[in-house]
Write a protein that binds this ligand. Structure first.
Ligand SMILES: *Cc1c(COP(=O)(O)O)cnc(C)c1O
Length: 402
């Protein structure tokens, strides 16, 4: 993969008609080392945030040994990339064939669940041809918790209600060699208090069940840095989680896990897009709702942008723009406002930052788009939670959500 100093050299050298994904391996490596050394437990990378094998290899090389996978395709891909990694199948609703293949062919032992039916499915699917039930299952009961402190809710789809959790924990304990309790506070949790509230629910469920708990998994939700969303330091999250974990009524040797997706991957990618047309304060660009800018279109996510310098005078005055993506769908629209120089015009290039999480991973080939090169850049991402450096433009570029 070709290495460039930064996005302006990418645009200047390639003058690309298709969007270019920029990888920043050093930024992903730094995030991995941060979690591997500072989180007071084990950090699993949630693969769905960005399933790039290159990224997964970087995380492994920098201390991330466990991977949260949600589909058999993710299981196969991570196993092919990292033969020695520990894979944990943390989707609470799986097919029997996926469980069977994961267990017997890829060495997966850890599975999450939120119903009694799923416990039975896992037990059936991991029983061998001679009728011997698995004796090494590590099962995690997913608890439903509030998403009120997060930018993206994960509260409605998965998780057992606290009122029913005691019974499910007891039943799961009967077949599990090792029993965990997991939850997800929602993505981009803007305060560590999100985890405090969830851990209090976990405490109530454990007290109700009266069973031995071997592991607490606080899930993902660790934030990254976007315009108008500058979270407190991750160390604050880690300290508060650790303190509340220590006070839980669990086995003395119980483990603490987390499953960061966004926080480990957000800084890994940015995107260089080209302006094909300007209509007032709307820019027609070559990536959008069916590409890496899915969240910008669908949940008005705030990604930082900067215009790539060009020959001649460039207005220093910034103005708010909306974007249209390349497909023929009216919904391929990103409201913004994205703050860019007032004189931006067709032919200009823009770098969109912080697209490593749920950005690069969301691209589709709809309407014949979705192609483009991938390159490496050596400069810093537009913002970082791991250097303390924040581009002032990130704060300026405040976009109202929803
Ligand atoms: C998506 C997901 C994650 C990662 O969440 P982030 O908010 O990206 O950190 C972790 N665990 C599970 C079970 C998930 O579904």
């Amino acid at each position: 993969m070709h290495i460039y100093p930064d996005a302006s050299v990418v645009a200047g050298t390639l003058s690309p008609d298709e969007p270019v994904i920029i990888n920043r391996p050093h930024a992903a490596a730094r995030a991995a080392r941060f979690f591997a050394t500072k989180f007071p437990g084990k950090s699993l990378y949630a693969v769905k945030a960005n399933p790039s094998p290159d990224l997964i290899q970087i995380l492994w090389d920098n201390g991330i040994s466990h991977y949260d996978v949600a589909s058999i395709t993710e299981v196969r891909m991570v196993r092919a990339t990292l033969p020695d990694a520990t894979l944990c199948f943390m989707h609470p609703v799986k097919t029997a064939s996926a469980i069977r293949e994961a267990y017997f062919q890829h060495g997966v032992r850890t599975f999450s669940l939120d119903t009694l039916e799923e416990v039975e499915k896992i037990v059936d699917a991991t029983t061998d041809a001679d009728g011997n039930a698995a004796k090494d299952l590590r099962l995690c009961v997913r608890l439903r918790v509030s998403s009120e402190y997060s930018e993206l809710s994960l509260a409605s789809k998965f998780g057992i209600d606290i009122a029913d959790a005691g019974e499910l924990l007891q039943a799961t304990r009967q077949v599990a060699d090792w029993l965990g309790l997991c939850f997800h506070v929602g993505s981009q949790a803007m305060t560590p208090f999100a985890y405090v509230q969830a851990l209090e629910r976990a405490r109530a469920a454990i007290a109700d069940a009266g069973v031995v708990i071997d592991m607490i998994d606080v899930g993902g939700g660790f934030p990254s840095c976007y315009p108008g969303m500058e979270p407190p330091p991750l160390e604050d999250y880690f300290a508060i989680i650790h303190r509340h974990f220590e006070a839980l009524p669990i086995a003395y040797n119980a483990e603490l896990w987390c499953e960061p997706g966004r926080a480990l991957s957000a800084e890994y990618n940015s995107l260089v897009v080209k302006v094909e047309k300007r209509r007032g304060d709307e820019l027609y660009i070559n990536d959008g709702a069916y590409g890496a800018l899915y969240d910008a279109a669908h949940v008005a996510w705030r990604f930082p942008v900067k215009a790539i310098p060009r020959e001649g005078d460039r207005s220093t005055e910034l103005q708010g723009f909306s974007f249209y993506g390349p497909t023929c769908d009216d919904a391929d629209f990103m409201e913004g406002p994205f703050m860019l120089p007032a004189d931006i015009k067709a032919g200009d290039f823009i770098e969109v930052g912080m697209l490593g999480a749920y950005g690069a991973a969301m691209r589709t080939a709809f309407n014949g788009f979705g192609g483009g090169e991938v390159v490496v850049a050596q400069d810093e991402p537009m913002a970082s939670l791991y250097t303390g450096r924040k581009d002032p433009r990130v704060s300026d570029n405040v976009v109202s959500l929803r």
